[in-house]
Design a protein around this ligand. Sequence first.
Ligand SMILES: Nc1ncnc2c1ncn2[C@@H]1O[C@H](COP(=O)(O)OP(=O)(O)OP(=O)(O)O)[C@@H](O)[C@H]1O
Ligand SMILES: [Mg+2]
Length: 354
Amino acid sequence: MTTPYPGLELLATAVLVLDEHLRVTYANPAAETLLAHGRKHLLGTALAKVLPGNDRFVARLEQAVADDAGFNENELALELGGQPAIVHCVAVPVTEDGGRLLIELRELDQQIRIAKEAKLLEQQQANRELIRNLAHEIKNPLGGIRGAAQLLERELPDPDLKEFTQVIVKETDRLQSLMNRMLTPHRLPQIEMLNVHEVMERVRTLLLAEYPEGLSVRRDYDVSLPDLPGDKESLIQAILNVARNAAQAMEGRGEIAFRTRIARQVTIAKTRYRHAVSVEIEDNGPGVPEDLAGKIFFPLVSGRDGGTGLGLSLAQNYVHQHHGLIEFESAPGRTRFTILLPVRSPQQAGLARH
Ligand SMILES: Nc1ncnc2c1ncn2[C@@H]1O[C@H](COP(=O)(O)OP(=O)(O)OP(=O)(O)O)[C@@H](O)[C@H]1O
Ligand SMILES: [Mg+2]
């Protein structure tokens, strides 16, 4: 597709060009994201229709076109998709391609959000390193302890004392398998171009087999999503761990929603991607316990009887291997986990090493 303003395509701020009747003649990808409409829908549509409920702003733009003059407004209160938003707006008169006014809209929250995500990711990476090192340190001596307990057992004069060496062997085995799970499997990832819905359908089947009664999974898929490179088994495991938690939180009774959407111009770990696939798993259970909220991605953190607390830590590892991001919002009655997976070209498709 040719675009009249190629230089504006990669900007993170939304740019629109309007004609004399305030119809959109150009919208960059960031504008599509901000206005939650695709370019096809935006082009030729009057701004008043794209931004309903913003009459004052539209009047201001009409005035600017009439006067052939720009303006600059900080902290403009707009309604975007029914939500109030504070934006910074710059309008400049233009003359190219039938356009009369170019407007730049920058959501003030955006800056804050990008900084928050970067910090979260940095923190998660530091945690993972710490955990890996710790798990290795614990795992190494376990073999020695187990072996020594077995040698000791053979030398024991009283067979009744075997009970104690057996405890040592059993407990080291338990720790060993825990550490192995924590260090994520050594299986070589198999990267292929995959459709995220195939992954979600597998998870859905597995989940419904585990909870045949009382659980329903509502699907809200954007079928136009592009394929993305990934390791299918890891992604199934990651999404299953999240969805299984949702089912467990609701004690197997309730509704889980699987939602997929395209996200445009996302920045994850300081890398910008034109597109990412957003996968949401939402439940209407009691919500993540407040005292756990800041640490559920840590291994061994569990609010469940019998939980090992590894599910989300593993899910996070797999998502990070795919250069993605996992986060959640939770309140009683609504908990939503969001997994963002960047759509990388097959050339850059290798998984991150962890
Ligand atoms: N959808 C959810 N609703 C409420 N609480 C949740 C939800 N998802 C996770 N949690 C909380 O986060 C904790 C950690 O989850 P995680 O999957 O890491 O471990 P686990 O489920 O306890 O054990 P494992 O997955 O290893 O069997 C859970 O024990 C639960 O308290
Ligand atoms: Mg779990």
